[in-house]
Design a protein around this ligand. Sequence first.
Ligand SMILES: Cc1ncc(COP(=O)(O)O)c(C=O)c1O
Length: 412
Amino acid sequence: MRDLSKNAALVARARQVVPGAMWGHQDAAALPPGYPQYFSRAEGCHLWDLDGNRYTDFMCSWGPIILGHRHPAVEDAARAQAEKGDCLNGPGEVMVELAELVVQTIAHADWVQFKKNGNDATTAAVMIARAGTGRRKILVAAGSYHGSAPWCSPSVLGVTAEDRAHILTFAYNDTESLAGAAEQAKGDLAGIIVTAFKHDLGVDQEMPEPEFAMLAREICDAEEAALIVDDVRAGFRLHEAGSWELVGVRPDLSSWSKAISNGYALAALTGNDRFRQAASAVFSTGSFWTAAVAMAAGLVTIRTLREADAVAQMARLGTKLRDGLEGLSRAYGLPISQTGPVQMPTAMFVDDPDRTKGFAFCAAAIAQGVYFHPTHNMFLSAAHTEQDIAHALDAAEHGFRTVRDLSARAAA
Ligand SMILES: Cc1ncc(COP(=O)(O)O)c(C=O)c1O
C-alpha cells in the first residue's frame, strides 16, 4: 500500500471538528483500503493526494470533470471573470450568454434557470411541476438518486412521512409499474421524475427502454403533468442535447449540474414553454446562484464539449476500457458485469455478494495508481488518452490477479 500518512493525520484532525470526519458519498472510509480522503491537486485525468501519490482518475470528481481537471480554456475564462468580480448584487452579462447557449444546446429547452447543486435543480423541478399543474403527486423510480433533500434522500433519517406524503414509486424501465403508479396518482399527478439511465448504486445499470420513456411521455401528456429528466449525473456525457435524445423522448423539465462547468459550482434547470410561467412564479433562489465565475466556466465548457465532439471521444475510449476489462475477465476466468454507457462504466464481479472481490480488485488497482470505484458508476473525461486506458488495464490486471489468488486461497 502507498504511504498515506499525511492523509491519515488529516482525517484524525477532521474527526475532531467534522462529524464523522466526512459526510455523504465522498467519505473514503466506505472505500477499499488504500483510498485517500484528501487530494492536493489535479491535472487532466490525473490527481494527486496529500501524500503526493498520483492517480489516473476514473471518477472525475464524481462527474463534474468532463474536459479534464484544470482545462486551460475553462481556467482562463474563470480567471478572467474572477478578476472582474464573481458574487455581485446581481448577475453579469455572462448569465444571459450562458442561458442562450444552454437553450440553443439542450433540445427541449425554451428557458433555463441557474443554481448551484443538482439538488437545487431537482427540487425546483418538482416545485415547478406542482406549481404549473396545481397538483401534488410526483412519481419517482425506487432507488433512483435525485439528491439529499427530504423529498428524495436515500436515507429517511431526519425525514418525516409528511415530507414524502405525495411521492409515489415505480420500478425503472417497468412499464406496468409506471402505469400502476400513474393510476394511483390519477387526478393529482404533478410529474414523473426519472434519471437519464438507471444508475443506482451497487446494481447493474440499465439504459432507458424506449417503450418506458415513451410511456412516461404519454402519461404526462394525457394527464397534463410534467415529465422531468434528471440529467444531473449523465448530462453532457451521453448526448450534448440531453440524454433522452437517445430514446427520442423530450422532457418538459430537466435538471443539470456536475459536468456543466467542468468542476465549477453550477446547476441548471431547463424547461419548455408550458412551464415558463410556473418557473418564473415559484420562489427558488440562493445567495450564490448568480455568481459569475462558474457561469464563465460553463460557457467555455459547453462550447468546448461541442467543438471537440467530447461525447464521441469518451465513448471511444470507454469502449476500449470495457473491451479490455472483458478480455482480462475472460483470461482470468472471473466473470464481471459491465453495464451502463461506456462513458460512465459500472463494473462489478458477478459472484460477489459481500463485495470482497470488488474491494480487493480496487485496492490492488489503486496501489498501482488507478482510481476505480467498486460499486458506483465511474466517469470518463475528454482528457483520458489511450495511454491512460493502457495504464488502467495494467492496474486492472493486478486486480484480477489479486482476486484470482484470493479465490484460490479461499478454495484451498
Ligand atoms: C441523478 C442525480 N440527481 C441529483 C443529484 C444531486 O446533485 P448534487 O449532489 O449536486 O446536489 C445527483 C448527485 O449525484 C445525481 O446523480
